[in-house]
Ligand binder design. Structure first.
Ligand SMILES: [Zn+2]
Length: 231
């Protein structure tokens, strides 16, 4: 299993890799899960949580409320009594189990969303769940004893956010994609302007590694290159 460690010892494990990545952040006193993957991965995720987190999840962060990130939220909250964190723009979507709006960003995905977007997203509704903490522009985990914070990074969806760990590693949801070799631009975007502003915000964190929900890690240089191309 792929894992990363920051200089001061925070460990990040990629529990699920494939359709949608799930990350586990462990420190001395906290177990934080980022995203939950689609419903079909539940059994696999449950096993990994038992094995690598001793069946304990204190905090569940949702980078946004799309089904492939939020589907198993209710299961995790009920089983592990985790506190669920989401951006305020998408708390109602999570509560109703609805997918936030998004649009295609290239010819192919534009056609797909215009033809099937609404129907597909309705088919992908999930069991709703209430949030415990709503994040606005920034949420600091220093109070929980963690050198980490959440920032609002919209663009893919209105309530997308990223987790910044130790000013070194960022878990970014769909704010950038790790699937394509030559570009980090996500295939689905609601606001390209917001997206590039969010990239700028991510660059300003000083992080050197960016972990997206789809595909593999991206470097700071790859992000800067695409930011210059699209801003
Ligand atoms: Zn998404």
């Amino acid at each position: 299993m792929k894992s990363w460690k920051t200089k001061s010892g925070y460990e990040i494990k990629r529990l699920i890799y494939g359709r949608s990545n799930v990350f586990l952040l462990t420190s001395d006193n906290k177990r934080i899960l980022v995203d939950t993957s689609p419903g079909v991965y539940w059994k696999k995720l449950e096993k990994k949580i038992e094995k690598y987190s001793n069946g304990r999840i204190d905090i569940l962060i949702l980078t946004h409320a799309h089904f492939d990130h939020a589907y198993n939220t209710i299961r995790i909250k009920e089983k592990y009594k985790s506190s669920v964190y989401i951006h305020c723009n998408e708390a109602d979507k999570l509560l109703n189990g609805e997918n936030p709006e998004t649009n295609g960003s290239n010819i192919m995905t534009k056609i797909i969303t215009s033809l099937f977007g609404k129907t597909f997203m309705r088919m992908k509704n999930y069991h709703g769940c209430s949030a415990d903490v709503m994040v606005y522009d920034r949420y600091d985990f220093e109070v929980e004893g963690l050198h980490a914070y959440l920032i609002h990074t919209p663009g893919h969806s209105a309530g997308s956010m990223s987790l910044i760990i130790d000013n070194e590693i960022a878990i970014v949801g769909d704010c950038l994609f790790g699937v394509f070799k030559s570009s980090v631009f996500p295939p689905f975007v609601t606001s390209p302007q917001d997206l590039t502003a969010s990239w700028c915000r991510l660059i300003e964190t000083g992080c050197s590694i960016f972990l997206p929900s789809h595909g593999n890690e991206k470097t700071r240089n790859q992000l800067i290159k695409d930011y210059i191309r699209h801003k």
